[in-house]
Design a protein around this ligand. Structure first.
Ligand code: ADP
Ligand code: MG
Ligand code: ZN
Length: 482
């Protein structure tokens, strides 16, 4: 029986984080009322001329460099001609045979089914080019269809990956790594729900060992990482079943039906467009000077993989903690500031993971932190100097989060203070022992596991405000006294 190998290549469309569109001054803000962010240029009215947004170029360059691509000194915009109601000009301005950048790579970390540990893999990037987005058709009741052109002319980059991926898991890892790189580079907000990060997956199969490519199917418009992985796995299965039962895969576009768990045919190659690309006569070639390229390269921020490696090697975090604390550039910056102020990265990292990240949405641009690094460090220092207990720190955190208040002051107001008075704690210890004579005898007889039981009872009596170290000392002394 033939053993099959799946071959996958992804095309990612990412919106560039500019205030205005790529060829006009209209706003790119998401969620505005339909057709309120439009002008003659993005409406495609006759005579209106495009003017290239310099910010979009810088961001696209940054993305290309972050993906280790070679930038072309001269690239060119081309018209991609097709008819669609959401495309008033009758063409989309894109780049074709002279794209902005080529020949890059993205490193992914993946652990596939049956693999004991994660492995790293370099996936080649074919090209990165700039283009404008189209508008959106909104289908209502019955035959009611409307067009919203707010998105028309929003700047995008398309990142075309080589068909180097060999499983759905690798494709998922690639998309996550791509999103992270673009978000850390400050190029994209990584928001799949709002459509600012989209992907098409090209999928084919071939007998293992073969070096030629099979006929590919393009899976379009799948708006979650989970669904992309599912759709690829199901499509690979479909192609194998079809081939093994004497059928042949045809080149076509398919969509994903989540309810049925199937990919469904949309458009075959016979009805595919001939886009008749040609250079846009309204736009001059895009020339990038070596000085500009050098400047953009010099300002490239630290990327997620490098940051993770540094958190492990310099701050001695575990790989898992490093991963969690770099889920978003703002989280990473917050953690690093707090770690520097405090001096013990592992301890700061633990508290950030356990408390702070609990209600932070790190996907999309919404990662705003509930406290400042200074507040966090001041809170932790109250634990360090014995003023409050670890449990009280959580209570204090809940009271401080979302405010700009000084934790020391809030702790005072809430009457949060650790019981460090050895005499008071001794009394509580004695009463706990009186209530549990049997257990105390067993402890004395050497059943050390009961030690934790007594500490726990004292903590309970004091609502977690006892200083555990002093409780330990007192218990030990009472035990010795018998
Ligand atoms: P188009 O732009 O018309 O979709 P391309 O040749 O530029 O066509 O390919 C686009 C994407 O398809 C790339 O990401 C590439 O890796 C992927 N691809 C091409 N051939 C195959 C194949 N046989 N199997 C899987 N992916 C493929
Ligand atoms: Mg394609
Ligand atoms: Zn406009």
């Amino acid at each position: 029986m033939t053993e099959w190998e799946s071959v996958i290549g992804l095309e990612v469309h990412a919106q560039l984080l500019t205030r205005t569109k790529i060829f006009c001054g209209c706003a790119t803000h998401f969620g505005a009322a339909p057709n309120t962010q439009v002008c003659p240029t993005c409406l495609g009215l006759p005579g209106a001329l495009p003017a290239l947004n310099a910010d979009a170029v810088r961001l696209a360059m940054r993305a290309a460099l972050a993906l280790e691509c070679e930038l072309r000194e001269t690239s060119r915009f081309a018209r991609k001609n097709y008819f669609y109601p959401d495309l008033p000009k009758g063409y989309q301005i894109s780049q074709f045979d002279e794209p902005l950048a080529e020949g890059g790579a993205l490193e992914i970390e993946v652990q596939d089914v049956g693999e004991a540990t994660p492995r790293t893999k370099r996936v080649r990037i074919q090209r990165v080019h700039m283009e404008e987005d189209a508008g959106k058709s909104v289908h209502g009741e019955g035959s009611d269809s409307r067009v919203d052109l707010n998105r028309a002319g929003v700047p995008l980059i398309e990142i075309v990956g080589e068909p180097d991926l060999r499983s759905a898991a690798e494709a998922g890892a690639y998309l996550r790594a791509m999103r992270d790189v673009l978000v850390f580079a400050g190029v994209n907000d990584g928001n799949l729900e709002e459509g600012s990060f989209r992907c098409d997956a090209n999928v084919s199969i071939r007998p293992r060992g073969s070096t030629t490519l099979g006929t590919r199917v393009e899976l379009k418009n799948i708006n979650s990482f989970k669904f992309v992985e599912k759709a690829i796995a199901v499509e690979v299965r479909r192609q194998i079943d079809l081939t093994e039962t004497g059928g042949r895969v045809t080149q076509e576009t398919r969509g994903w039906d989540e309810a049925r768990g199937e990919t469904v045919a949309q458009r075959s190659k016979e009805t595919a467009h001939d886009y008749r690309y040609f250079p846009d006569p309204d736009l001059p070639p895009l020339a990038l000077s070596p000085a500009l390229i050098a400047e953009v390269r010099a300002r490239l921020p630290e990327l997620p993989r490098a940051k993770r490696a540094r958190f492990v090697s310099e701050l001695s975090l575990t790989p898992y903690a490093a991963e969690v604390l770099t889920s978003h550039p703002r989280v990473a910056a917050f953690f690093e500031e707090a770690a520097t102020l405090h001096g013990d990265p592992a301890r700061v990292g633990n508290f950030v993971q356990a408390e702070v990240l609990r209600d932070v949405t790190t996907r999309g641009l919404t990662a705003s932190l509930p406290v400042t690094a200074k507040q966090l460090v001041s809170l932790l220092s109250l634990v360090d100097d014995g003023t409050i207990s670890g449990k009280q720190a959580k209570e204090l955190y809940a009271a401080v989060r979302g405010t700009d208040r000084d934790p020391r002051e809030v702790a005072r107001e809430l009457g949060l203070a650790q019981v460090t008075d050895a005499a008071a704690l001794e009394q509580i210890c004695r009463s706990v022992i009186d209530k549990n004579p049997k257990q105390f005898e067993q402890l004395k007889a050497g059943k050390a596991a009961l030690y934790g039981f007594f500490v726990g009872q004292v903590m309970k009596e004091t609502q977690g405000s006892a200083n555990p170290k002093i409780v330990n000392d007192v218990l030990r002394r009472l035990l010795e006294e018998g």
